[in-house]
Design a protein around this ligand. Structure first.
Ligand code: NAD
Length: 491
């Protein structure tokens, strides 16, 4: 069994009271590792280490190019460790190894991208409306950044926060999820080899209470970058009333996929399958409301059902597995309950809605397709974070847009059509942070990512993310040969 440790001020250590918690392999339901349960005192130590590193020692004296080199080294080390990091993530979260290995390797590209951006963060010279004054701005690091991530893509969601934060000269305290902390605890071992000055990167593991609360309300935290659920986000925002730290929120979704009659049929089916059954549907951008135009509706439902039933479910470490378990038992229980409630409300269960036979250990659930007459059905309203596709029918483009926008969320959206004018009309009309056209679930370090409404605020990835981790300083310089005049002398 792996007994991990916290990483504070470049040292691996236990929690202050020796408390630990177990973490379970979702494929077997068995405990396979344990992590320290960080206390308020541990969080305080980590934040103070980050604050020291921000203002003292080597980190604030490094040039932006030197910071970029450290991030480049981190990228190389993550790439070297990608296979191992992926397998640890699979063991802890149940996500397919094929996906976690590839994602860990791609995470290196996020660090590489921000390594390159580090020395391109620049201010402006202002054409000021006063004589003899030279005014310029610089983009300064915000300070100590608290980076809080959920269990579903920890390596990736950490990179989208600490990549831009470190590039801009901040220091960070990362809080891993209590549901699957191991990937980040392994990542801390990689970080330790980079050569960051002590305290620049710290990692704590623990529960929302006290660890998450202590971190987000700490008076020395200057910025919170949070990914997680909407209810937790409300706590985080309330916590930041104590330190007035600005918050970036990457929250959930109930993203629509619109399939028009003229769409490439196979492409649209692939989009819906990827958007709902990829990562067992445990994706914030899951396209879990699929709106299909009447002309292809019946054929579409038949085909997604056939595809769902053909998915090979099993051990997420095995190469031929296409769908692993859900990450937690609670997650599976909740999905079962919402699917049952939706069927009670009149939804048609086309396939799934139960656990697969022969996989009694672990938190497996069959890919599920529900036919829904309208959005009064619960499965069309709440984020399920599981392999459940709700399919609805529409007739006109206006109707499709109205249905798509009838949600509290606004993270992703998919449009499948061959009509280029319609692409522009619908992409403009849909309220979401990301729109994919004739594709789905594509991401890149270069492209901003984030949502509207209850899907959050602020953007991760791309150049936009740098702005989330910097603040403007305005410098006024008197260039006159005369000293500043007496303010009480009227000329
Ligand atoms: P969660 O909200 O339960 O937990 C997220 C993190 O918040 C965990 O580390 C948790 O310990 C911490 N936390 C809990 N209480 C806290 C508190 N009071 N103060 C501070 N931190 C606290 O989320 P989850 O169930 O682990 O993850 C699933 C959610 O994450 C889904 O809603 C999903 O859509 C969302 N998500 C969003 C994105 C995105 O980029 N938009 C990406 C992945 C996941």
């Amino acid at each position: 069994m792996n007994d991990y440790q916290l990483y504070i001020d470049s040292e691996f250590c236990e929690s202050s009271d020796g408390g630990r918690f177990d973490t379970v392999n979702p494929a077997t339901g068995e405990v396979w590792a344990s992590a320290p349960a960080a206390t308020e005192a541990d969080v305080d130590r980590a934040v103070r280490a980050a604050r020291r590193a921000l203002v003292e020692g080597e980190w604030p004296t490094l040039t932006a190019t030197q910071r970029g080199r450290l991030l480049s080294r981190l990228a190389d080390l993550v790439a070297d460790a990608a296979h191992h990091l992926g397998e640890v993530e699979t063991t802890d979260s149940g996500k397919l190894a094929a996906e976690t290995r590839a994602q860990s390797a791609y995470v290196a590209d996020y660090y590489r991208y921000y390594a390159g951006l580090a020395d391109k963060i620049q201010g402006d010279t202002l054409p000021i409306d006063k004589p003899d004054l030279h005014v310029f701005t610089t983009r300064e690091p915000v300070g100590v950044v608290a980076a809080i991530v959920p269990w579903n893509a920890e390596m990736f969601l950490t990179a989208t926060k600490i990549g831009p934060a470190l590039a801009a000269g901040n220091t960070v305290v990362i809080k891993a999820s209590e549901e699957a902390p191991a990937p980040l605890l392994e990542f801390a071992r990689v970080v330790d080899q980079v050569g960051f000055p002590p305290g620049v990167v710290n990692l704590v593991t623990g529960f929302g209470e006290p660890c998450g609360r202590a971190l987000t309300s700490h008076p020395m935290v200057d910025k919170v970058a949070f990914t997680g659920g909407v209810d937790t986000a409300r706590h985080v925002v309330a916590n930041t009333a104590h330190n007035l730290a600005p918050v970036t929120l990457e929250l959930g979704g109930k993203s629509p996929i619109l399939v028009f009659d003229d769409a490439d049929f196979d492409g649209a089916v692939n989009g819906a399958v990827a958007g709902n059954f990829g990562a067992s549907g445990q994706s914030c951008v899951a396209g879990s409301r699929v709106f299909v135009q009447s002309g292809v509706h019946e054929r579409f439902v038949d085909e997604v059902v056939r595809r769902a039933e053909a998915i090979r479910i099993g051990d997420p470490l095995a190469d031929d597995t296409q769908m692993g378990p859900l990450a937690t038992r609670a997650q599976r229980d909740r999905i079962e309950a919402v699917v049952a409630e939706s069927v009670d409300q009149g939804a048609t269960l086309h396939t799934g809605g139960c656990r697969p036979e022969g996989l009694d250990a672990g938190w497996y659930y069959r890919p599920t397709v529900l036919g829904c007459a309208d959005q009064d059905v619960r499965s069309t309203r709440v984020e399920l974070f599981g392999p459940v596709m709700s399919v609805l029918r529409f007739d006109t483009e206006d109707e499709a847009v109205a249905l798509a926008n009838d949600t509290e969320f606004g993270l992703g959206a998919g449009i499948f059509t061959r009509d280029v004018s319609r692409v522009h009309r619908v992409a403009r009309a849909i309220r979401s942070g990301i729109v994919w056209v004739n594709t789905y679930r594509a991401i890149s370090p270069i492209a901003p990512f984030g949502g509207f409404g209850n899907s959050g605020s602020g953007r991760e990835a791309g150049v936009d993310a740098i702005h989330e981790f910097t603040t403007t300083k305005t410098v006024w310089i008197n260039t006159s040969t005369e000293p500043m005049s007496n303010p009480f002398t009227i000329r």
